[in-house]
Design a binder for this molecule. Structure first.
Ligand SMILES: [Zn+2]
Length: 339
């Protein structure tokens, strides 16, 4: 949950002392895509993206308070204890979307900021579509097209038969999860909406060619699971399989000399046994969550900060997060302990 204090209040606290006293010298912001001129119906009903100018402002703000570091610098720091700039930020992007290639990369290149892109092996080259994007596309379709009573009935019948709950149709569609995601395909069929046509026409994901170009420009890549499950819904065997196979896909196709992984959705309620297995079997070198500014029990697991889902300026978001970190430190709740 994001906690944002009012602007006037955050303006009372200069950021640099907050960073210093928190001891949290590495800030790890992450995004998915940037809103350009084209509408993104697959994301539109899920969360709010930063616009190009908001993103540029975010970066300028970050560059004022931190130095950008690369994945290599971060890996060396965690593994070899090499030193980092006093305040540093490590930027990453989840879900392997084409906007990273088209909009983000040129901006980052012009500002000299490195970044890591976490991709889903099942979606690269637009082979398949994330189930949440399917939900968003169906919501969009229901919004813009008028359907007959017969079709609407069929649609409701499917949701009812699968006991999908929610006050509105939108909520119901967003309540469909990884384990029952096939319902979305049935619903699309009823609406005569083709996810395959969407993939072909819109090409929402990065292609292998684009990923190779990004690698040549100095960007780095990591795995974000095979097909974006919620990890706490999977048993241990499937959790390991998702990490292992998506990482092997990257090793095999892109020949990068490092292995990193960001948890899809959240690492919330992911047990310590998985982190122990990752370490023992050397599945990957570093893993990333998205719980904000938090300390972790496992030194090779780092928490990142979501910059999206709000229009507030970076100053307000970061200052709020650091103040919140202080408040939580009073009650000793800043470290994530796993069972
Ligand atoms: Zn994701």
């Amino acid at each position: 949950m994001r906690f944002v204090f009012p602007k006037f209040f955050t303006q009372l606290f200069p950021l640099n002392p907050l960073i210093k006293f928190s001891g949290q010298r590495i800030f790890l912001p992450f995004y998915h895509a940037i809103q350009g001129k084209n509408s993104l119906p697959h994301i539109h009903h899920l969360y709010r993206l930063r616009s190009k100018s908001q993103f540029e402002n975010d970066l300028d703000f970050l560059l004022k308070h931190y130095q950008a570091i690369s994945l290599n610098q971060l890996l060396d720091h965690i593994q070899q204890k090499s030193s980092l700039p006093k305040n540093s930020f490590f930027l990453s992007f989840d879900d392997g979307l084409k906007e990273v290639f088209e909009i983000v990369a040129p901006i980052l290149e012009s500002k000299g900021i490195p970044a890591t892109i976490f991709i889903n092996s099942a979606f690269v080259d637009n082979k398949d579509l994330f189930f949440r994007y399917k939900a968003s596309l169906l919501i969009e379709q229901l919004d813009k097209k008028v359907y007959s009573a017969v079709i609407k009935n069929q649609f409701h019948e499917i949701l009812k038969n699968h006991q999908i709950e929610g006050k509105t149709l939108k909520v119901q569609l967003l309540n469909i999860n990884y384990l029952n995601k096939n319902i979305l395909d049935k619903l699309a069929e009823v609406l005569e909406f083709s996810f395959q046509d969407f993939l072909n026409q819109q090409q929402p994901y990065l292609t292998s060619g684009q990923i190779n170009q990004l690698l040549r420009k100095g960007f780095t890549i990591g795995a974000h699971s095979i097909d974006h499950p919620l990890f706490n819904q999977l048993d241990m065997q499937n959790q390991v399989m998702q990490i292992q196979e998506s990482t092997q896909f990257i090793q095999h196709n892109f020949k990068v000399p490092y292995k990193v992984f960001s948890f899809p959705f959240t690492d919330y309620k992911v047990g310590s046994s998985l982190f122990q297995t990752i370490e023992n079997k050397k599945l990957v070198q570093l893993t990333f969550g998205c719980a904000g500014i938090k300390k972790e029990q496992f030194p090779t697991h780092l928490q990142r900060f979501a910059m999206e889902g709000t229009d507030r300026p970076a100053f307000q978001l970061l200052t709020s997060a650091y103040i919140y970190f202080f408040l939580k430190s009073i009650i000793g709740k800043n470290t994530i302990h796993r069972i």
